[in-house]
Structures are given as structure tokens and as C-alpha cells.
Design a protein around this ligand. Structure first.
Ligand code: PGA
Length: 249
């Protein structure tokens, strides 16, 4: 059985007081025992968030890391630093990191290595832009994003990898990929992993969908055979909508 995951990517939202208030409210909710719930606050709020969720099943995760352990990289945070405050999972390769901050496939592959060397779990994001969706090159693009960042890994390392398929045209736009488009891509991702490694390994990987997931569309997406949950932006910022999505399996 693959792990079901709902992860909230807060991006650059919520200060310390807002983060703590949200987590106090979320802790009062009944979270289904078969769903792993993760929340990714800003770096500044990770440590207090870890402390306030200690006695709960909520996992606090990071939105990014730098590929080196330490050094002259002003403004950056390393895997080692994240581990030192109790963070064990990190989102790598979000499309905003790729497009706004210029993160390349090569850089992302180094970030993956840094996270694994520090024994972290990874939610690795991939997804095509609207041009690639329209001109039909989206399968090739996804193949390239997966292979350049992850295909140098040993089969054992894949125990620590979750993939999040997030078509860029559906992020924060209110436009979701249709359940069929999502299923088609998730099956394709599983196939390229099976071709490179094995069918067993491909069946073990959780693949999340992200891009305008809301309480009213989560069910039809989560029910797809190859969808194991979601990476949620906007709708993870309110406890009610986040919980409704968590309860959509
Ligand atoms: P969204 O963001 O749910 O607001 O579209 C998803 C994401 O960027 O991970």
C-alpha cells in the first residue's frame, strides 16, 4: 500500500503568530490515521512549528534547501540546518523555485543528493508550462525533469522520494488539470520509473497532484488509480479547506 499524503505548501505566507494559530486549530481536528499530513511553513517558523506539533501526527516540512552543507551562500539554509531543528522532509524543485529563482535540473539533482546525504525525505516537484501542454511536448519535458534529477539514484534511495506532479498552468490559477489528464500523467511517471528501475519500485512511489486542488475537486482527483494525494497551496492556508481535502480520499 502506498502512503497517502496531503502536504500544505504555504509558500511565503503566515508569520509566527499566524503559523502557531493555524497549527493549534489543526491539532484539534480528527486527522484520518491512514493519511500523512504535512505542513510547510516559512524557514523562520519551522522550529516553533516543530515544537507546537510535537504531540501530534502533523509533520512540519521545509519548502527548499541549499545543496551545500555550509559556506559562503548568503541567505541560504542547508539540509544539515533543517535536520538540526527536526525537519526531515523537504520540497525540492517547486515550479516557483525553477522559474522565479532560476533553479535548473542540475541544481535540483544536487539538492536531491544533499537531502538524501542528510537522510531527509523529498517531495520532488515536476510539471510542464502551458506552452508544453499546448504543443504536446509535456511528456518529454516530464521525462527530462524526472531523469535529470532522480535517475542517478540507487533503487534503495527511492524509498525517500515522493513525486508531486504540478502542471504550472494549474498552480494558483484556479484551473485544475482534469482527473483524466492527471491520471494519464501519473501513470506515465510510474511507467518511466518502471522502465528505468522496476515495476515493483514504481508501484511503491507516492505520486501527488498539485495545482488548484480545492475541497470541491479533491475527491475526483484523489480517486484516480495513480494519485496518492496532493500538494496544496492556496487551500492549505485555511484549516477548514485543508481538512476537507485531507478527508477527500
Ligand atoms: P495551488 O498551489 O494549490 O495554490 O495551486 C499548489 C502549489 O504551488 O504547490
Amino acid at each position: 500500500m502506498r502512503k497517502k499524503i496531503v502536504a500544505g505548501n504555504w509558500k511565503m505566507n503566515y508569520d509566527l503568530a499566524e503559523t502557531e494559530k493555524f497549527l493549534v486549530d489543526l491539532k484539534k481536528q480528527a486527522i484520518p490515521s491512514d493519511v500523512s499530513v504535512m505542513v510547510a511553513p516559512a524557514f523562520t517558523n519551522l522550529y516553533p512549528a516543530i515544537n507546537s506539533t510535537e504531540d501530534s501526527a502533523i509533520e512540519i516540512i521545509a519548502q527548499n534547501l541549499h545543496q551545500r552543507d555550509s559556506g559562503a551562500f548568503t541567505g541560504e539554509v542547508s539540509a544539515k540546518m533543517l535536520k538540526s531543528v527536526g525537519v526531515s522532509t523537504v520540497i525540492i524543485g517547486h515550479s516557483e523555485r525553477r522559474s522565479i529563482f532560476g533553479e535548473t535540473n542540475k541544481m535540483l539533482s544536487e539538492k536531491v543528493d544533499a537531502a538524501l546525504e542528510n537522510k531527509m525525505q523529498i517531495i520532488f516537484c515536476i510539471g510542464e508550462a502551458i506552452e508544453e501542454r499546448k504543443n504536446g511536448s509535456f511528456f518529454d519535458l516530464i521525462q527530462e525533469q524526472v531523469s535529470t534529477a532522480l535517475f542517478h539514484l540507487s533503487a534503495e534511495s527511492w524509498e525517500n522520494i515522493v513525486i508531486a506532479y504540478e502542471p504550472v498552468w494549474a498552480i494558483g490559477t484556479g484551473e485544475t488539470a482534469s482527473p483524466l489528464q492527471v491520471q494519464e500523467m501519473h501513470a506515465y511517471i510510474r511507467k518511466i520509473i518502471a522502465d528505468k528501475y522496476s515495476k515493483e519500485l514504481s508501484e511503491m512511489i507516492s505520486i501527488l497532484y498539485g495545482g488548484s486542488v480545492k475541497p470541491d475537486n479533491a475527491k475526483e482527483i484523489f480517486i484516480q488509480t495513480d494519485v496518492d494525494g496532493g500538494l496544496i497551496g492556496g487551500a492549505s492556508l485555511k484549516v477548514a479547506s485543508f481538512m476537507a481535502i485531507i478527508n477527500s480520499f
